[in-house]
Design a protein around this ligand. Structure first.
Ligand SMILES: Nc1ncnc2c1ncn2[C@@H]1O[C@H](COP(=O)(O)OP(=O)(O)OP(=O)(O)O)[C@@H](O)[C@H]1O
Ligand SMILES: [Mg+2]
Length: 368
């Protein structure tokens, strides 16, 4: 992970639900800040997981530093600030309109339009589009050496990668421009489209609809250009996707499929992180004499069974890890992070994970 942390300016964590994408994103942020890189961890997930992982109560849309007191309480001392941000869809769309509308009057017309208000947070792809916009805006801001994007569970992560591909053609092929004409067939089409967009148009007048499409038309070129820009950024040198996986046989197929989909989308996958690996238990260890020496039969039986379970779990996990290394591309580094005790302060646990991510040799050898 060291090379990725040093040379990337954008890292995107992806993976199946609940495997630890948010935790790993936060840990990568700490690891980057430890190296003196100004980093931002940006979460798209409206759940408060990132705030929790960083020991915060909330997150702002613009990056804000993780407070020194929170870091100090977790025993972390960083040579530079680490920022965290969360996508606020509504606010991001409004800001986007203000940034890209040709005149303040255009912006005001769109912002005040009820159809815009309903659609901007609900149309299919709205979240992904805005996540990409915020991602590229933060990368381009010059405020950060590295932006780490924490994506929602797998299906959405792929939507995220393909969003610019889906949006740009729609815009470029003039669909919105055609709908901006309120008269005749285009007007009928606009009403049809609006009816199709769930819940957005009940009782709306045609006038409002026309205003909406006309105001939108003024923005589509900017929107298409931004989508192309984000698309290029996702595939640019300096961008690294990190696939977070679990050492469980039941999730192998999903992880393999995700790796294949990333490859098909030309996403530059840089590493696989296997999160929550169990510290291995050595089944070859001669524990029988020690167990036999336990006088209490109940305690002896319990400990023997627990030991046997742990040996079996280690074997199962090793088998899953070996197969995982087979389902992801051969040259890819696979790095393990162990399961940490539940009672650890969240930010302290994330700090420990960041240590494991950069440890050489790695904590558990899987594939360098
Ligand atoms: N190495 C670890 N040791 C112990 N607990 C962990 C570890 N990694 C993650 N967790 C815990 O697992 C839970 C899920 O982690 P996290 O929220 O990072 O997953 P996610 O992939 O982002 O989930 P989602 O798909 O819902 O966004 C959290 O409670 C987190 O604290
Ligand atoms: Mg998450």
């Amino acid at each position: 992970m060291n090379g990725v942390l040093e040379s990337s300016r954008l890292i995107v964590t992806v993976g199946t639900g609940g495997v630890g994408k948010t935790t790993i994103a936060a840990a990568l942020g700490i690891a980057a800040a430890r190296r003196g890189r100004r980093a931002l961890v940006l979460t798209i997930d409206p759940a408060r997981a990132l705030a929790g992982a960083l020991g915060l109560t909330g997150l702002a849309a613009e990056g804000e530093p993780v407070p020194a007191a929170a870091l100090a309480a977790a025993g972390l001392r960083l040579p530079t600030t680490l920022d965290a941000a969360m996508l606020d869809q509504r606010a991001a769309w409004d800001a986007f309109v203000r940034r890209h509308a040709p005149t303040p009057a255009h912006a005001a017309a769109l912002l005040g339009n009820r159809i815009y208000q309903a659609l901007s947070t609900s149309f299919a792809g709205a979240t992904e589009y805005m996540a990409l916009e915020e991602m590229s805006r933060h990368v381009d801001s010059g405020r950060y050496d590295l932006v780490i994007v924490d994506t929602p569970p797998a299906a959405h992560a792929l939507d995220f990668i393909s969003a610019p591909d889906r949006i740009a053609p729609l815009v470029e092929r003039g669909v919105v421009a055609a709908l901006a004409r309120p008269a005749g067939a285009a007007g009928a089409l606009a009403r049809f489209v609006a009816r199709r967009i769930e819940g957005a148009t009940g009782g709306r007048t045609l006038g409002e609809l026309a205003t909406f499409f006309a105001a939108l038309e003024a923005l589509v070129d900017a929107a298409a250009a931004r989508a192309r820009h984000a698309r290029a950024m996702l595939r640019a040198p300096g961008t690294a996707f990190v696939l977070v996986a679990a050492p469980r046989a039941s999730l192998l197929a999903e992880t393999g499929a995700l790796a294949a989909q990333l490859a098909a989308a030309a996403a530059p996958l840089a590493a696989v992180i296997v999160n929550r690996a169990q510290p291995p238990v050595d089944g070859a260890l001669a524990v029988a004499p020690t167990l036999d020496a336990i006088a209490d039969p109940g305690a002896r039986a319990w400990l023997t069974a627990a030991w046997d379970d742990a040996v079996a779990a280690t074997a199962a996990e090793r088998a899953a890890l070996a197969r995982l290394a087979e389902v992801v591309p051969a040259a890819l580094p696979v790095v393990a992070v162990t399961e940490l005790p539940r009672d650890l302060l969240p930010l302290r646990a994330v700090g420990a994970i960041s240590d494991q991510l950069v440890a050489t040799p790695s904590v558990m050898a899987i594939r360098p």
